[in-house]
Design a protein around this ligand. Structure first.
Ligand SMILES: Cc1cc2nc3c(=O)[nH]c(=O)nc-3n(C[C@H](O)[C@H](O)[C@H](O)COP(=O)(O)OP(=O)(O)OC[C@H]3O[C@@H](n4cnc5c(N)ncnc54)[C@H](O)[C@@H]3O)c2cc1C
Length: 91
């Protein structure tokens, strides 16, 4: 769709693992920078912004360290509790 882009969770919904708001902030700054770099050409600005933000989303996704598995594995929710507190997973 022309003239529309997504930021934050709308662009990449995240588990609560510290990788939601943190990457959303540079996304917002990057969008502002792209608009300033392409005055009068919103489409070019959005295309440039999306190239950076989509690649960051792929990096964040690849760097999940099994977090989603931890949330839904056979020990859930104790495995997630253990991750957050250092408790034994089978508590
Ligand atoms: C328990 C938990 C812990 C987290 N901890 C971290 C953390 O430590 N570090 C981190 O980086 N991230 C963390 N996150 C993720 C982070 O909260 C989100 O990535 C971030 O809030 C996303 O911001 P956003 O502006 O994209 O979306 P949101 O904060 O969800 O904002 C969207 C807004 O749009 C509004 N809205 C929805 N529909 C409509 C509509 N139709 N019309 C008008 N308004 C609408 C909503 O009411 C809301 O205010 C955590 C999330 C959870 C649930």
């Amino acid at each position: 769709m022309a003239g529309v882009t997504l930021l934050g969770d709308a662009a990449r919904p995240r588990a609560p693992n510290g990788k939601g708001a943190n990457p959303a902030m540079p996304d917002g700054a990057g969008l502002g920078r792209a608009l300033a770099t392409h005055p009068g050409d919103t489409e070019a600005a959005l295309a440039s912004h999306e190239q950076v933000t989509f690649s960051r989303a792929a990096e964040v996704e690849a760097d999940d360290d099994g977090f989603y598995t931890t949330m839904i594995d056979d020990h859930a929710p104790y495995s997630l509790l253990a991750l957050m507190t250092g408790a034994e997973p089978d508590a």
